[in-house]
Design a protein around this ligand. Structure first.
Ligand code: GUN
Length: 294
């Protein structure tokens, strides 16, 4: 069993990005600039945005964290988005999700200019992904693709089961792995809350991608010997032995599943860090497109 080390890989990719950015700076160009819009004070969202800002610093990007009050009206948020779309000094931006209930996430995401949509959530970018056109692949699937590529995990003809059908992970991941080329050419099944015989389907899988948000959902008896297991879950569970009172666990029962796997991602230290790194990849891509380096 080998660990797919998201921490090590993130560090390596961030070093590569930093080298490129240093090159741009020494040629007189400005640094790439990522903005994160955070609506309200949700602790998990605050934590994620903070880690995105920290990664920007590590790769030499400029970053701005725009914190707006959770009572902001839809119209005022759309006005901020309109300004970010026009701002030539912003290469990419994200609106951290989830949004407070009074805001319509679909309208908000559709207002983001597709050229600056480094999360890849805009319908135009999702459409391009389905058509196999160049686009911003959403950060979590992109992070997983980088893991698969850099560990040379074969995907051609493999049976992949994705647990979870979210717009952010499950759906785009299914598109990426079933498209032509590498990493792709897989036969993909998505299972979700209404699926029948999930355990039997998982047991057939060469590659399992767990993105359902339920702690320790994937158990030892559901996994085939030699499977590749990629765990997207980051669940807080009570843990009185920890100072914080909780520990982070994935959607996979790691201790019992790991011995059966050929490869597995740990939580933490797996997909989560790669998601943030993938956002850096997309921001650099947006910057390079603007200056026609690509
Ligand atoms: N909330 C959870 N994951 C994400 C993400 O990848 N992007 C944004 N904007 N919000 C999220």
């Amino acid at each position: 069993m080998k660990i797919l080390d998201g921490k090590l890989l993130s560090k390596k990719i961030k070093e590569e990005i930093k080298l490129e950015v240093d090159g741009f700076l020494s040629n007189g160009y400005r640094a790439p600039h990522l903005v994160a819009v955070l609506v309200g004070e949700d602790p998990a969202s605050k934590f994620y945005v903070k880690s995105k800002m920290k990664s920007c610093e590590q790769v030499g990007f400029r970053s701005t964290n725009m914190v707006v009050d959770k009572s902001i009206t839809q119209l005022d948020l759309l006005s901020i988005i309109g300004d970010l779309n026009k701002d030539q000094g912003v290469d990419g931006y994200i609106v951290q999700l989830p949004l407070p209930e009074h805001l319509d996430v679909d309208i908000v995401l559709e207002a983001i200019s597709p050229d600056k949509d480094v999360d890849g959530f805009h319908p135009v970018n999702m459409g391009k992904l389905i058509l196999g056109l160049d686009t911003f692949v959403p950060a979590t699937p992109l992070g997983i693709i980088e893991i698969i590529k850099r560990y040379n995990i074969p995907t051609e003809g493999k049976d992949v089961v994705i647990v979870g059908r979210s717009n952010i992970v499950g759906k785009p991941m299914s598109i990426c792995l079933s498209q032509k080329g590498y990493p792709g050419n897989s036969t993909v099944t998505i299972v979700h809350s209404r699926s029948k015989n999930i355990e039997e389907k998982l047991k057939q899988a060469d590659i399992i991608i767990a993105a359902i948000g339920k702690p320790n959902f994937v158990k030892e008896h559901m996994v085939k010997e030699g499977a590749v297991v990629i765990d997207v879950g980051i669940n807080r569970v009570e843990d009185s032995s920890k100072k914080s009172g909780y520990s982070l666990v994935g959607d996979v029962d790691f201790d019992n599943v790991a011995p059966k796997c050929s490869y597995i991602t740990p939580v933490p230290g797996g997909v989560g860090l790669m998601t943030v790194t993938a956002l850096m990849i997309n921001t650099l891509k947006s910057y390079k497109k603007k200056y026609e380096f690509e």
